[in-house]
Design a protein around this ligand. Structure first.
Ligand SMILES: NC(=O)c1ccc[n+]([C@@H]2O[C@H](COP(=O)([O-])OP(=O)(O)OC[C@H]3O[C@@H](n4cnc5c(N)ncnc54)[C@H](OP(=O)(O)O)[C@@H]3O)[C@@H](O)[C@H]2O)c1
Length: 217
């Protein structure tokens, strides 16, 4: 029997977080949607339950959500990233943090002072919790529709054990994962989303994604 996994999604009321919740619920993962506003989280949970009645889904404040989880996905816009992570510091001890945040200004990527959103959150948390970068290049539009094929997920970070666990979770949502190296590679993977946003605009799509070829084909 697979071990039960509890995942909190900070910013889980948004596009990525709520679509990810739907995909995680299907294979039986317990998901706690976090929000700055508990009532908003509960409202989103009610609407998600109508789409996916299976599984265990709750809505709480971000602080309450992370308390109950072994894994915590950070899915807020970059402008709120540092403040959000700093507010959760102390409560993330012993958990694995999955950071999907892409630094964007008006839809264009940039490299933040810390080097990447991933390095920024690891800098805030220090040794408290490993931060693994993942899901940046996955489209919320694809995640939302249960049968849509997903792009590949490039996973990076400096803690190999945590990276492996995150890759296993992402397999459960139906995506291929690749160990894409250390946290220092995070800025490339985050920035790639800026290219995907450009491709979506250029080719009038909503779900450009990444596919790795030449490995295990
Ligand atoms: N959408 C995608 O397809 C996609 C794909 C890959 C990566 N990403 C990245 O994932 C992150 C989330 O994307 P998204 O499209 O889901 O964003 P979003 O819908 O704009 O926001 C997600 C949630 O973050 C919270 N939030 C908004 N502003 C905040 C702030 N200043 N401080 C703290 N929390 C704030 C809100 O929740 P509450 O009001 O409930 O607190 C909101 O529902 C972004 O960094 C994005 O670049 C997105």
């Amino acid at each position: 029997m697979k071990k039960e996994i509890n995942i909190a999604i900070v910013g889980g009321t948004g596009n990525l977080g709520s679509a990810l919740a739907l995909r995680l619920l299907a294979p039986g993962v317990k998901v706690i949607i976090g929000s700055r506003d508990k009532e908003k989280a509960k409202t989103v949970v009610e609407s998600l339950k109508k789409i996916q009645p299976k599984g265990n889904l709750e809505g709480k404040t971000n602080q309450e959500a992370v308390k109950e989880a072994g894994f915590v996905v950070i899915a807020v816009p970059y402008e709120g990233h540092a403040t959000t992570v700093a507010q959760l510091k102390g409560q993330l001890a012993g958990k694995t943090v999955i950071n999907a945040v892409v630094p964007l200004k008006k839809g264009k990527p940039f490299v933040p002072p810390a080097g990447s959103a991933l390095l920024e959150s690891q800098g805030i948390l220090g040794d408290e919790a490993p931060v693994i970068g993942a899901l940046h290049n996955i489209s919320a539009v694809d995640l939302q529709s249960p049968d849509a094929p997903l792009g590949d997920v490039l996973v990076c970070g400096d803690n190999d054990g945590a990276k492996q666990k995150v890759m296993e979770i992402i397999h459960r949502i139906g995506a291929r994962t690749f160990d894409a190296g250390p946290a220092a590679n995070g800025y490339v993977i985050e920035g790639l989303t800026g290219v995907l946003i450009y491709l979506n605009r250029k080719y009038k799509s909503r779900h450009a994604s990444v596919k790795v070829t030449g490995i295990g084909d």
